[in-house]
Write a protein that binds this ligand. Structure first.
Ligand code: MG
Length: 231
């Protein structure tokens, strides 16, 4: 399809939520920073009293079997394994008590981060998108339904690099649990079906290099993800 104003390219990225029946286009990707106290401390950050919120463009999404591409602007790219929430209903000013009714499903995701770029941005008080939103910087696993997960406050999260476990945590350690995050986000933004929330990472983040293999999973591997790292 073409018009005078827009040109549609072959292979243009139209990322979708996979695993929950009909594929839904991904809408907004919200991300939460410093949602685990031990991770905030390992990067010498204060433990926050309100959630740190940023977003990624949909062009950052890749899937199981794809490759993370190290950008030429960075020499220190880190993995951050996270529980990802898919929103299934439109909502605004959602009370915490109703928040989980807006969840369609959960998946494992990785918030890839150019740590050297982020440190520079942080020192100037600038937004983080240039460190977090690059192409391929949001690997996303298959989704499983909210019913299959049950309580999102007791989900195990694990990530290994080249077979060595680097991150192993539980969503029980979140400073701001899933229902609180949905409620707060919806006070600022209308949530929409196809929105994703990357909910923050437990401790153990570390650098990856060209040739590494990353494996990640949540809920005993019900959602899992395997990506290569390349230049
Ligand atoms: Mg993160």
């Amino acid at each position: 399809m073409e018009s005078g104003l827009f040109f549609y390219l072959d292979g243009m990225i139209n990322p979708t939520i996979r695993g929950l029946g009909p594929e839904i286009p991904i809408h907004t990707i919200f991300c939460i920073g410093r949602n685990y106290a031990e991770h905030a401390r390992e990067l010498n950050n204060e433990v926050p009293t309100t959630p740190v919120i940023f977003s990624k463009p949909v062009t950052a999404i890749i899937y199981d079997g794809d490759s993370v591409i190290l950008p030429p602007q960075s020499s220190n790219v880190h993995h951050e394994v996270e529980l990802v929430v898919a929103i299934g209903r439109e909502g605004k000013n959602i009370p915490k008590s109703e928040a989980l009714n807006y969840v369609a499903g959960y998946a494992v995701g990785i918030d890839m981060t150019a740590r050297d770029i982020q440190e520079k941005l942080k020192s100037k008080g600038n937004p983080w998108e240039l460190a977090k939103g690059l192409d391929t910087f949001a690997p996303l696993g298959n989704f499983i339904t909210a019913e299959q997960i049950g309580d999102p406050g007791t989900i195990d999260i694990v990530l290994s690099v080249n077979g060595e476990v680097r991150q192993k945590g539980t969503t029980a350690d979140m400073l701001f649990p899933v229902d609180v995050l949905i409620s707060i986000l919806s006070d600022y933004f209308t949530l929409h079906p196809g929105d994703l929330i990357f909910t923050g990472t437990p401790e153990g983040v570390s650098r990856v290099d060209d040739g590494d293999s990353i494996e990640a999973g949540i809920a005993g591997g019900k959602s899992r993800l395997s990506v290569k790292v390349t230049r």
